[in-house]
Design a protein around this ligand. Structure first.
Ligand code: IPD
Ligand code: CA
Length: 264
């Protein structure tokens, strides 16, 4: 098997096991462990436990690889491959009992910086629906065993998604951005899990998705899903504190860049 296929297989197996643990903990009841950057930015005991499980499984399978996760310290590793992990993307949904949350695991090659790395493999697993999205560099994007493709035509306008950061000081600006894109939208979704938003773009369930201020673990796996499904992902304003991620099928991505590129 190729290295890419190996990495996809490992990402998928670990994402499933981790997601099943998250779902079990959810059924037992969720405890908030702490708030992070702001009151809205929460972490549950499950986020930490699930990340520990993922880290341990990846270490067992590939001891020298690096690790970059939401809930624990980064490790550069020695193999040139880094695992970029969000143990529970959509933590607020998770805490409220909304099923839109996912485990996101990517393997990337090169410097552990999203503007420099090359993503090799990704898995996004949504335990509540049982859907497993995977992608391998050059090997396509898949939902279970169905190959994914982004949408091409959006004659009635684009079904778009976005998200908002946790810092209330950023809300006015993000809402102004939403106002600016509404002329090309047939409607807008804010489902609360960036990894799933990107997986849905890959699956043609959304025509495009944009958001400012995402962290690498939010989009590492999902971006590979979109590009392997024939779509485009661009990060704008990368020197700022809140770069803008823009994704979609080729045509919607270009229309979003026309609007959002002028803004940044
Ligand atoms: C968040 C979710 C949300 C997005 C935020 C992310 P978390 O991740 O992906 O949809 O709008 O920007 O931080 O905190 O649930 O892992
Ligand atoms: Ca996240």
């Amino acid at each position: 098997m190729s290295i890419v296929a190996d990495l996809v297989e490992l990402a998928a197996a670990v994402a499933r096991e981790a997601g099943d643990l998250a779902r079990m903990r959810r059924e037992e009841g969720v405890h908030l462990a702490a708030t992070k950057s702001t009151l809205a930015d929460i972490v549950t005991d499950a986020d930490r436990e699930v990340e520990e499980l993922i880290r341990a499984r990846l270490r067992e399978a590939r001891p020298g690889d690096g690790f970059l996760g939401e809930e624990s310290a980064a490790d550069p590793g020695s193999t040139g491959i880094t695992w970029v992990v969000d143990p529970i993307d959509g933590t607020v949904n998770y805490a409220y009992g909304i099923p839109a949350y996912a485990v996101s695991i990517a393997a990337v090659e090169g410097i552990a910086d999203p503007d420099q790395w090359q993503a090799l493999a990704g898995a996004v697993y949504a335990p509540a629906s049982g859907e497993l999205f995977t992608a391998g560099r050059g090997a396509g994007a898949w939902l279970d065993d169905r190959r994914l493709a982004v949408t091409v035509d959006t004659p009635a306008g684009a079904l778009l998604a976005t998200g908002f950061g946790y810092d209330p000081a950023t809300h006015d600006g993000d809402l102004a951005t939403v106002r600016s894109i509404m002329p090309i939208a047939r409607d807008l979704r804010r489902a609360g899990a960036a990894a799933l938003d990107l997986a849905y773009v890959a699956a043609g369930r959304l025509d495009g998705y944009f958001e400012r201020g995402l962290k690498p673990w939010d989009f590492a796996a999902g971006s590979l899903l979109v590009s392997e499904a024939g779509g485009r992902v661009t990060r704008l304003d990368t020197e700022s504190l809140r770069p803008m991620l823009v994704s979609g099928g080729i045509e919607v991505h270009a229309r979003l860049l026309d609007i959002l590129g002028d803004e940044t």
